[in-house]
Design a protein around this ligand. Sequence first.
Ligand SMILES: [Zn+2]
Ligand SMILES: [Zn+2]
Length: 473
Amino acid sequence: MFLFSDTYNNQPYSLVVVMFTADGAQMRVHRKPNKRAGGPKLKGGPVAGGNSRTTAGDPCVGDSCGELKGENEADRQRLQQMRAWRRDFHTHPELSRNEWQTRKRILTVLNDLDIEVREFADHAGVIGVLQGRTPGPCVVLRADMDALPIREETSVPYRSQHEGVMHACGHDAHMAILLDCVRELSRARSTFSGTVKLVFQPAEEDCPEGGAERMIQDGDLRPPGVSAIFGLHVWPDLPTGCVGVRTGPMMAASDRFIARMVGRSAHASQPHKGCDAVVMAAHAVQTLFSVVSRRFDPFVVMALNIGKINGGERYNVIAREVDFEGAVRTLDEDTRQRMSVMVRQVLESAAGTYAGHCTVEYQFGYPVLCNQEEAVALLVDSARHILGPANVRTRIDPVLASEDFAHYLKYLPGAFFLLGCAQDPTTAPSLHSSQFDLDETCMLLGSKIMTSTALAALNHYSVSAECAPRASD
Ligand SMILES: [Zn+2]
Ligand SMILES: [Zn+2]
């Protein structure tokens, strides 16, 4: 998950303050309360327990959330094993494109289970392949593998042993869940027709490139070989026992721009002999935010942020250069493209006003994550069966975090859902926090939903194929 929480909703004075790391791999967000009444309205209103707007929608029945319905000895053993896997990953986190030991751990489990495995020479991705009793459609389940450049500040006994690296986005839990799915589905092989591919994907946090496109190419995860894909993300804004999903756009496109204002230096006492890049940058930042609020429909959801500014040499010198970086999150392609043009126009124009110039590098990152209706229906049916209907929120508001799972959905029908992982969402540390931890019991539910959805999808797509008219018909 590449995180950017909350919305700049084109309303003046709605402030979003974001801190970037130098490489932009980590962002933490603090939002000043918007006292104006003009913010976006929540669909479904606030949820009992004070959940944030990202989990609004159809409400969760408070007391039943967090219960593990039907927990038995087999479930307890599954959860115990998942805890062990997850804690092992958590203790030994690896950054994007360096997940080699993580891969080794995954391969050990897959080999123990005697699963057919595909691995690759130039990245750490792994695909486990499970063939059912007879040929049929192919369904993919995906987990991501990488950790973040964050120094862990928890006191759990399984905290990171790798200084400055932490599984702060829950990908350790995603891998543990997928390993349990492998085990359950391998036991059920004789009961299904078709193939399930279990994809362990590296470099999800490495926006803008990410790891999904490589897995799609190298694993041939496209039609006609694959019918559908499913994935999940642990979500601390939802209580354990609840999941959230929606059809259509659910997570944002994540783009970034890097700009340099260039002027001419001079003595501070003679500004007319220079060309002040600090003033250009200040003008550009102000103009960007006001232009967004005037040129986009107030109902268009997006987030714009300038997260880093760096420039000038000395207090009494007119600054020659100022560098700055910004982030843009959007939920539709048209707004995304318009923003890229507008940002460039505003920056160049602001520089020109003061007789300077500006270079802009606009990087398109992950696309909008768009869930497909049929796949969501399969997922929701399974989740309702496992969690009870009231604990499956099917109309959550979109979130402005981004995910490179969106790349798979460019090619394949599929659904991505948010798995509640907090005992109390009002106090749970957020994703990408140095204090992040999760309620591990959610892993059992995540695995059950993924496993059940995979089996339902195999059945659904084999029936669809049988019903489809043949070319000769
Ligand atoms: Zn993340
Ligand atoms: Zn993530």
